[in-house]
Write a protein that binds this ligand. Structure first.
Ligand code: NAD
Length: 310
């Protein structure tokens, strides 16, 4: 593709995603970026030999780029980045452009943004395309993308080609907002696995087991999981995991709590039983409000339950 790319939201995920785009796009293709925090914009532009240009607003990005990606914390930020008069993406001249939102947000907000865009101009395309894989997946370009479209959507092949620069798997989830549905199902599951792994490891350690031996046993037993092997909540098990770095970086506990809220809401809407939904939501809410855990990686739930007290 020779289309220029825009990217709004340069946090834990967005920043390394842009770095991978810079590496893989042809040298002639420019990347336009914006974040309310200016430091990551300037770091990216100073490291890229002029390939990355910092803009003054989301609108500025949308004016210049042909394809615009967004990677923002919550629905309220997505709404504001797309719809704010004068500075939002929709206030730019974006006739015929492609917009891809990779944030994990509620389907209602995403559908509302989609319909505002359609009302403005039916030639603009908007897709939900949330990701899984965490900060390591973003850095290593091994993310999984869940795109809210049918597999035979005319734009899917192009989207797949672009997203493959940042990930290894790109799924068409069936229709608008179903990418978000897939993502919420995934995080409900992995968030519970994280709590279960933290609690089980804590129980074993308090009973005298070596955490290393216990993790090795899980690895070859039925408690094996990606959380256990790559994102173990116990410090020192996975050297690259946030738990081994004071729970810095990674997936913030308040974002996991947000995903549990969204999962519990959406389960109610469709009449699906989540026997552990409220328990998970309460656990992540309490961890988020615990000052030893706030703003840290969600696997800090191990600390929350008393696992890493000295
Ligand atoms: P983050 O908080 O690190 O980054 C969000 C960025 O958006 C920040 O740099 C912030 O300054 C910027 N921002 C906020 N409001 C803005 C605005 N109005 N205009 C421009 N920029 C704005 O969050 P993250 O970890 O990168 O997560 C982003 C999204 O991806 C969330 O929805 C999260 O649930 C999802 N996600 C995160 C992970 C993970 O492991 N961190 C994994 C998968 C999905």
């Amino acid at each position: 593709t020779n289309k220029s790319i825009g990217f709004v939201g340069l946090g834990v995920m967005g920043y390394p995603m842009v770095e991978n785009l810079v590496k893989k796009l042809p040298q002639s293709v420019n990347v336009y970026v914006f974040d309310v925090v200016t430091q990551p914009m300037h770091m990216l532009s100073s490291q890229s030999n002029g390939k990355v240009e910092a803009c003054g607003s989301a609108k500025g990005v949308a004016e210049k780029a042909d394809i615009i990606l967004t990677m923002l914390p919550e629905g309220s930020h997505v709404r504001s980045v797309y719809l704010t008069p004068d500075t939002g993406i929709l206030s730019a001249n974006i006739n015929g452009k492609l917009l891809i939102d990779c944030s994990t947000i509620d389907t209602a907000t995403s559908l509302a943004v989609a319909s505002s865009i359609r009302e403005k101009d039916a030639s603009i395309a908007f897709y939900d395309a949330p990701v899984s894989g965490g900060n390591l997946g973003a850095q290593n370009a091994t993310l999984t993308f869940m795109v809210g479209c049918a597999p035979d959507d005319v734009r899917f092949a192009g989207i797949q080609h672009l997203l493959a620069m940042m990930g290894t798997s790109v799924f068409a989830c069936g229709g608008q907002s179903l990418g978000l549905t897939a993502k919420l199902c995934n995080n409900y599951c992995s968030g519970l696995i994280a709590i279960a792994t933290a609690e089980a490891m804590n129980m074993g350690i308090k009973s005298g087991m070596s955490p290393r031996v216990l993790a090795d046993i899980f690895h070859t037993s039925t408690a094996q999981s990606t959380i256990c092997d790559k994102w173990n909540p116990v410090p020192g098990i996975c050297p690259e995991a946030p738990a081994s770095k004071g729970y810095a970086g990674g997936f913030k506990v308040q974002l996991m709590r947000k995903d549990f809220m969204l999962a519990v809401d959406s389960a109610k809407r469709v009449g699906a039983t989540l026997t552990l939904g409220e328990a998970g939501l309460e656990t992540y809410t309490a961890a988020m409000n615990d000052e030893r855990c706030r703003d840290l990686d969600s696997r800090v739930v191990f600390r929350y339950i008393g696992g890493d007290e000295d």
